[in-house]
Write a protein that binds this ligand. Structure first.
Ligand code: NAX
Length: 331
């Protein structure tokens, strides 16, 4: 039998946490033959609720779940973890300035970075979900210098999956027959959902999604805004933000990262930019990536037309501003 993998979920008493921990305990994230020990962190006001989640995990009697650590102590939470899913953060409340929210999250991610750096297992893989996800991941990277930059990522897989969902509905095809959509940039309304290289499996072979849709106006307009605004549409409908889809996408992100993507297929992940596609180096930016042996690489050589170029640059510009704002909160 395999040794258990320790998975940290921060903000585990929140809505995404509640959807995510049972998925992890059922093997959705790491496979149905991979035992896990869950580490759950939240803040003292949520300690009682967190303990309730722990009680439910015990009651669910998941065969793969070999242990649960539920704590408000960051060091205890981070000790020995192989995977860290950072869902906890400070939400933007009505009337709050962007800078104030940024400042709260910078201080959270700075201290959690140090705890991970000192106490996580070597080669711990980190996924930041909490918003502003890209910039929180960047802060985490800066304050955990001994964790390799390639181990620190943020979640744009939900946006990626939303793009698959929109194409699936439009063409009336299965999501599993669509591949290679891309989310570029920030997990925000400036992200660029791109189908230029996406394909669809049909009875007469693989076809370009763009040709099958054959409506560039929709692809360059409503499709993009629907994906960009989907989070807001869910809040409007549910009076709560996306939770099950966010949790499921976080599992997809880690699973593909650890277990690999099929040959010729890529997914979107927010990763540390090396300057590929003329995206400024040193941002956490969502790229198309292929994964093998537990490592991602940015898919190279895709053609970028003029329309896409502008979109890639606009979202990079927003991330550069966010980075400056985050740094201004440090001083
Ligand atoms: P909730 O408010 O339900 O849960 C957040 C939890 O984090 C709470 O239990 C809170 O007590 C805890 N928390 C706050 N500060 C903490 C700290 N310093 N350490 C540990 N825990 C802490 O929010 P939820 O709906 O679960 O969303 C969580 C985060 O995901 C938010 O930042 C949200 O904006 C972000 N999202 C990101 C998405 C993405 O695709 N990247 C999509 C979904 C979601 O909107």
């Amino acid at each position: 039998a395999k040794d258990p993998v320790r998975v940290l979920v921060t903000g585990a008493a929140g809505q995404i946490g509640y959807a995510l921990v049972p998925m992890i305990a059922r093997g959705v994230m790491l496979g149905s033959d991979q035992p896990v020990i869950l580490h759950m962190l939240d803040i003292p006001p949520a300690a009682e609720a967190l303990n309730g989640v722990k009680m439910e995990l015990v009651d669910a009697a998941f065969p793969l779940l070999k242990g649960v650590v539920a704590t408000t102590d960051v060091v205890e939470a981070c000790t020995g973890v192989n995977i860290a899913v950072m869902v906890g953060g400070f939400p933007r409340k009505e009337g709050m300035e962007r800078k104030d929210v940024m400042s709260k999250n910078v201080s959270i991610y700075k201290s959690q970075a140090s705890a991970l750096e000192s106490h996580a297992a070597p080669n711990c893989k980190v996924l930041v979900v909490a918003n502003p996800a890209n910039t929180n991941a960047l802060i985490l990277k800066e304050f955990a210098p001994s964790i390799p930059a390639k181990n620190i990522t943020c979640l744009t897989r939900l946006d990626h999956n939303r793009a698959l969902g929109q194409i699936s509905e439009r063409l009336n095809v299965q999501v599993s027959d669509i591949k290679n959509v891309i989310i570029w940039g920030n997990h925000s309304s400036t992200q660029y959902p791109d189908v230029s290289h996406a394909t669809v499996k049909t009875s007469s072979g693989e076809k370009s999604a763009r040709e099958l849709v054959s409506d560039d106006e929709w692809l360059k307009g409503e499709f993009i805004t629907t994906v960009q605004q989907r989070g807001a549409a869910i809040i409007k409908a549910r009076k709560l933000s996306s939770a099950l889809s966010a949790a499921s996408s976080a599992c997809d992100h880690i699973r593909d990262w650890v277990l690999g993507t099929p040959e010729g297929t890529w997914v979107s992940m927010g990763v540390y930019s090396d300057g590929s596609y003329n995206v400024p180096a040193g941002l956490i930016y969502s790229f198309p990536v292929a994964c093998k042996d537990g490592e991602w690489t940015i898919v190279q050589g895709l053609s970028i037309d003029e329309f896409s170029r502008k979109k890639l640059d606009a979202t990079a510009e927003e991330l550069t501003e966010e980075k400056a704002l985050a740094y201004s909160c440090l001083s």
